[in-house]
Design a protein around this ligand. Structure first.
Ligand SMILES: Nc1ncnc2c1ncn2[C@@H]1O[C@H](COP(=O)(O)OP(=O)(O)OP(=O)(O)O)[C@@H](O)[C@H]1O
Ligand SMILES: [Mg+2]
Length: 311
């Protein structure tokens, strides 16, 4: 249960973990856009790639660096740490190597940056669970499909009936428990619908209804993500995002309507994440404490609307 507690001893870095045990839902795409959007807003941002196999975030940032060098442009880049694969014979030895590398990465950034964005792999591992327990904001992208809902709660024939808590939601609930024990912190869990079709369908409404019913029980909130747009795919090789001056690299020389909508979708998502935002009057650490108070109040309200037995 998210309880009223004294504010925890907050680190400077607000940790944003992008996770979902289901593969291909848009974790890396969201990690990329969140990190670049925060850099463009002037924050000190670090990023960590926990996906030692695919290294999508790392590959994107390498492409971005090359683009900047070739174009002789100063382009925003986070301080990045890519976790290396253990490379040992036994799984337990690999776990120790990877844990040590992750712990070092966190120690290097937690007091030096305002935001840390962590992209995670789709597989369940000790490290992935540990990363979830460090999240202040956990972003879970999902496609509009009951297959994706099924990792949160089992979907039955009668889709209005609540199924048993499924593996990924159980993982998040345990991460929350660990986090409370560790530093009395809380995790703002935001389920983001990604690759939304432009035309609302019956399926889309049903999935939205299902998530709406689960939200107070599992204590997550929902946010609209990105539409299914080619522009979110095609900029990867040049290391750019829709927030960059892509007019220069696209053939048309000007943004299309869809590209402009894509840009607004990224901006809207950043707003909907309700991250701690410093201003001239509000320094970063005060914004972090205010975020904690507001987030705690939000979940207390959500619990009062939801299950009698809070998680
Ligand atoms: N909003 C979107 N519009 C169009 N394509 C998208 C969108 N979001 C993601 N994609 C595409 O979907 C695929 C999966 O996205 P991505 O790699 O970000 O997912 P992931 O959750 O990180 O996958 P994995 O679990 O393998 O790490 C990629 O080809 C990506 O370009
Ligand atoms: Mg990925």
């Amino acid at each position: 249960m998210v309880q009223a507690t004294d504010p925890p001893d907050l680190r400077s870095a607000h940790v944003i973990v992008v996770g979902n045990e289901k593969g291909g839902t848009g974790k890396s795409t969201l990690s990329i856009h969140i990190a670049i959007a925060l850099l463009k807003a002037g924050y000190h941002v670090a990023s960590i790639d926990l996906d030692t196999r695919q290294r999508t975030l790392t590959r994107f940032l390498e492409n971005r660096q090359s683009w900047g060098a070739n174009a002789r442009r100063a382009i925003e880049l986070p301080f990045h740490h890519a976790l290396e694969r253990g490379g040992k014979d036994s799984a337990s030895e690999n776990e120790i190597v990877e844990f040590t590398s992750f712990a070092e990465a966190i120690a290097r950034v937690e007091h030096a940056y305002e935001f840390v964005v962590i992209d995670t792999p789709a597989s369940d591992s000790y490290l992935m669970r540990l990363a979830h327990s460090l999240a202040d904001t956990l972003v879970t992208p999902m496609n509009d499909s009951f297959i994706d809902v099924d990792v949160l709660a089992r979907v039955h024939n009668d889709r209005r009936e609540r199924g048993a808590t499924a593996q990924y939601a159980a993982l998040v609930l345990e991460a929350r428990r660990q986090r409370r024990l560790a530093d009395a912190g809380l995790i703002d869990w935001v389920v983001v619908r990604n690759r939304m079709a432009s035309l609302a369908s019956h399926n889309q409404r049903q999935v939205a209804g299902s998530l709406g019913r689960l939200s107070p029980e599992l204590q997550f909130r929902m946010a609209e993500g990105f539409g299914d747009r080619v522009i979110f795919r095609e900029l990867f090789p040049v290391g750019l995002t829709v927030l960059d001056s892509i007019e220069e690299v696209t053939d048309r020389g000007a943004l299309s309507a869809s590209q402009m909508t894509a840009r607004s979708e990224v901006e809207a998502l950043i707003g909907n994440l309700r991250l701690p935002c410093r201003t001239a009057e509000l320094p970063h650490m005060q914004a972090r404490h205010l975020w904690f108070e507001k987030t705690q109040a939000f979940y207390q309200e959500l619990i009062s609307k939801g299950s009698a037995e809070p998680v």
